[in-house]
Design a protein around this ligand. Structure first.
Ligand code: CA2
Length: 148
């Protein structure tokens, strides 16, 4: 059976490709998700994609992911920098968590330099655009293989 991985995208990421392409690229979230599903399959994993603009819905999804997934990849969007509640929910997850950002948050405004999610993630990938999700999948495949 392929390992099940959950990909969570936070607020406003559903509008990718529509504005600020110089920061976030031209691809839509649907295109990125399709690319990730294909890549996951090649790595022997199945990928479920979830996006929400609501903090509570993201928390509920993370709570439901406590069982049934071998890993979680998350781009929490702006909640990265504000949400103790998402960090607390992620603390319930025993499988590896990888945080992804399209942009290099450390080259941007000071308020984006702090991440609550980094405190509970196994690792962080940022600044590589949508390739960052593929990098996260490849790292996740290694972690799952090693059982970490
Ligand atoms: O770089 C990332 O992936 C971010 O998580 C994106 C968030 C931002 O608040 C984080 O600091 C870094 C913003 C997502 C906004 O999505 C947009 C999509 C299309 C156009 C403009 C924004």
């Amino acid at each position: 059976m392929p390992s099940s991985i959950l990909l969570v995208n936070g607020p406003n990421l559903n509008t990718l490709g529509m504005r600020e392409p110089h920061i976030y690229g031209h691809e839509t979230l649907k295109e990125i998700e399709a690319k990730c599903k294909q890549a996951a399959k090649k790595l022997g994993m199945s990928l479920e994609c979830f996006q929400s603009n609501c903090e509570g819905e993201i928390i509920t999804k993370i709570q439901q992911a406590v069982k049934g997934y071998q890993g979680v990849i998350i781009n929490p969007g702006a909640y990265t920098h504000t949400s103790v509640a998402i960090m607390d929910a992620l603390l319930l997850i025993k499988s590896p968590i990888i945080e992804v950002h399209l942009s290099n948050i450390f080259q941007r405004e000071a308020f984006r330099h702090e991440s609550y999610v980094s405190k509970v993630a196994k690792g962080v990938i940022c600044g590589f655009g949508s390739n960052g999700y593929l990098m996260a999948l490849s790292a996740m495949a290694e972690l799952v293989k090693k059982g970490k």
